[in-house]
Design a protein around this ligand. Sequence first.
Ligand SMILES: [Zn+2]
Length: 177
Amino acid sequence: MKLLIPAMLAMLLTVILVSCGAKADSPTVATPAPTYEITKTDAEWKAQLSEHEYNVLRDKGTERAFTGEYWDNHEDGLYVCRACGLPLYDSKDKFTSGTGWPSYTRPAQADSLATVTDSAWGMSRTELLCKRCGGHLGHVFGDGPAPTNERHCINSVSLRFVPRAELNSTPAPPATP
Ligand SMILES: [Zn+2]
């Protein structure tokens, strides 16, 4: 009987560890694929993205906690989709969740995200995708801070941070030879 408690703790730990994203090789439930404004073949995505970016954005992988570029980023700016550049999250809505993944209480624009029910690992979770290109971002949970109580748990590698100052500056004209 003494072995039972460590075994239960191990199971609990496993549940906690997988609670912020499915691994690339996890079973997924077939849901009708939504259509996206930007569609590319796997070969085209592979040519555009790094291996790590492809694994998360296109294969629904999860970066390891506390390893991403942005979980501890406190700069002022916007987080855009790394695959297509659509603005997804504002730094004003970012909060310290302690999970090791960048976490937000809401999207920058109400219509920038697509959601799919993810039943991998025997859990029912809501997967978040970029509405424009279908890139996998992470999951949304209902244990976030007020007023939305939402916790958007997002992979850094699905995002690209653009400092506010760069958003407001007009792009330089192309250099002429
Ligand atoms: Zn996108």
